[in-house]
Write a protein that binds this ligand. Sequence first.
Ligand code: G3P
Ligand code: CA
Length: 314
Amino acid sequence: MRSFLTGGALALVLLALPAGAAARPAPDNDQVLNIAHRGASGLAPEHTFAAYDLALKQGADYIEQDLQQTSDGTLVVLHDETLDRTARGPAENCSGPVATKTLEQIKTCDVGSWFNERYPERAREEYVGLRIPTLEEVLRRYRHRTNYYIETKNPDRANRMEERLVALLEEYHLLRPAQRRWQVLVQSFSPASLLRVRALEPSLPLIQLFSSRETSESIQARLDAVDEYAVGIGPSKTDVDAELVQAAHARCLDVHPYTLEETEEMRALIDLGVDGMFANFPARLEEVLGKDAVGGKQAAKRAARAHADCVAGV
Ligand code: G3P
Ligand code: CA
């Protein structure tokens, strides 16, 4: 087991721990979660089945979904609030806010061609014409084969987004696996959205995201509040330092920074003791993690168990 703390530093952290909390050791490499950011979005169009399939082939432990909601109340998987950056097709259907379009309109849009235009060296013919998936289509395709890291986007402007999410997780029998082995993690920048999820389904593990406008110090100042409802935090990689990791671990909060591309920055964060990271190139992270990296379901289960042990003071 690696430790990122020297004896003296460990003693200081132990002194600073909240009463009753156990010191939490840094994870081994094979316990660092490989979260495919929008799928393997460095190599394939983000949030498409092509990007998700590739991520899983490359060893990702989780595939990420960013949720938007159509005007007729369907959860679709798209990062941006508007269609303009990644959708091509009839302007009346494929430009402007997702929230003003029906699912039928959304389904006319091509979200693969932009990638070929933007990255000609990575372009592939089969990316042309790829569609925006609904969350249900993603869950139906991958079922219990992978782990899902789902973000509520613009949740305060979307009517009942959390209810629809929890209902789908229930329909696809993912609530219990989420609780027991973190098969689903729900993330948001909005504490209010996470609290709505918790009110609907208290057992779902939640991750509080922090914007890149925060600092290590400002995040640390919010950790006691986050500890009331979340199992971890998702800070920008630029805000992660040893103090933040130690402060989070002292509260049994996992640390999953976003968004990594280069191997050197992956190594630096691993050395700081993070528990996982969002990667655009999951194969690179898999390589950095090395031959000990375990399969996705086992990795998530181990993370869930480590968290539970920490909370129990084991
Ligand atoms: O959800 C973690 C990370 O994806 C947050 O940034 O803008 O890519 O959703 P964004
Ligand atoms: Ca996200």
